[in-house]
Design a protein around this ligand. Structure first.
Ligand SMILES: Cc1cc2nc3c(=O)[nH]c(=O)nc-3n(C[C@H](O)[C@H](O)[C@H](O)COP(=O)(O)OP(=O)(O)OC[C@H]3O[C@@H](n4cnc5c(N)ncnc54)[C@H](O)[C@@H]3O)c2cc1C
Ligand code: SF4
Length: 325
């Protein structure tokens, strides 16, 4: 059995106290929300904070009002919220597709958006990793996936993040320097180690969803076990309609890079088009080309690449069906 290391657990009730506690703890301090990612990681010694600061007792982070969602709202709450189910169904659906009911009852939106990147050589016990002399992401000096590469290619595995990028949500962060709002797309960077642009002491406070006016979005997920697993491919597709024509579109891939990867070429193909079979096939082709899964998660990587075309096609076909009904 893997055991947690010992650590100090703090429960602030205000953002100000949480920031103060983090400043006092320094680099040895980490925030936690539901703990469904951080605690397993601590058991495997991926992260080793001496002080863990829970955000769950801060009322401001638990709000779900209008289009603003506090980051300590659980995935169950998010997926069951009636207004969101109607207006932002892709967000509710992505949250509902995360893992199992137990994990969704504990796991939060914020934890999902800040989820650590994953890799077959990293998501292993300390002893397993030690046996291969670790890897660049933690404790080692080589990337086993791409040994000649100076960077880490661990994969963004959040279900909700690609949807947030696709619909153009904004994230509000609070840190020692004050508050800032960033578009979801700029919160992530394509680096398996430094995968967030967020500073370690910043708290992700809430997510501002765009008003539901003339756009639609869907999310499709590929994984081995439908009731449980992380995505090995996620496709979030967003369309702004002008009658039956696509005024604007975004296609964002999860599970193929260290960040939710927008494919601007796929969006560009759809702009000004109606969603005919030909337009959908061209967009799926455009998404297929830059989709470069690495051999560091489940399934054969060339098959996962092939599935990009299939899943983008399915996502766009669903958008077309929804427009008709
Ligand atoms: C068996 C298993 C299966 C899973 N399957 C999936 C899956 O299919 N899809 C998926 O997307 N995820 C999956 N997960 C991962 C995880 O359960 C979810 O992503 C969950 O939403 C994480 O939220 P949390 O609140 O538990 O995060 P935590 O573990 O509390 O935090 C995760 C990280 O985010 C940081 N953090 C959390 N909240 C904030 C905040 N407000 N501000 C700043 N930093 C913050 C923490 O410091 C930590 O680094 C799975 C996990 C397990 C164990
Ligand atoms: S991609 Fe390479 S460096 Fe990153 S976790 Fe995997 S093996 Fe380690």
């Amino acid at each position: 059995m893997l055991r947690l290391p010992s650590f100090r657990y703090l429960q602030p009730t205000t953002l100000r106290d949480a920031l103060r506690m983090k400043a006092e703890a320094g680099p040895d301090g980490m925030y936690v929300a539901g703990g469904t990612d951080l605690y397993p990681n601590m058991k495997r010694r991926h992260q080793e904070p001496r002080t863990v600061i829970s955000l769950m007792g801060i009322p401001e982070l638990r709000r779900l009002e209008g289009w603003t969602v506090g980051t300590c709202v659980t995935l169950t709450e998010l997926s069951n919220f009636p207004t969101l189910q109607r207006s932002h169904s892709a967000v509710a659906r992505a949250a509902r597709l995360v893992s199992t009911p137990l994990l969704r009852n504990m796991g939060t939106l914020g934890g999902n958006l800040c989820l650590d990147t994953r890799c077959n050589y990293y998501n292993q016990s300390y002893e397993w990793r030690k046996a291969i002399d670790f890897c660049t992401k933690k404790d080692g000096a080589i990337c086993w996936v791409a040994p000649s590469s100076p960077r880490c290619w661990a994969v963004s595995s959040s279900d909700v993040a690609p949807v947030m990028v696709a619909i153009g949500a904004e994230y509000r962060l609070v840190g020692p320097q004050g508050e800032r709002v960033v578009p979801a797309g700029r919160f992530y960077q394509n680096d398996g180690i430094n995968y967030l642009t967020k500073q370690p002491d910043e708290i992700l406070v809430d997510v501002r969803l765009p008003a539901a006016d003339g756009w639609d979005a869907v999310y499709h997920k590929l994984r081995r076990r439908g009731s449980f697993d992380f995505p090995v491919l996620g496709v979030a597709a967003w369309v702004r309609w002008d009658g039956k024509t696509v005024a604007d579109a975004r296609v964002v891939l999860g599970g193929v890079a260290s960040w939710p990867q927008e494919v601007p070429e796929a969006g560009a193909v759809l702009k000004g088009a109606t969603l005919t079979d030909d337009a959908i096939a061209s967009a799926a082709d455009a998404a297929y080309r830059p989709s470069k899964p690495m051999d560091n998660t489940d399934f054969d990587l060339s098959w996962r690449k092939q599935m990009t075309r299939v899943y983008v096609t399915r996502a766009l076909e669903e958008l077309r069906r929804r427009r008709r009904t």
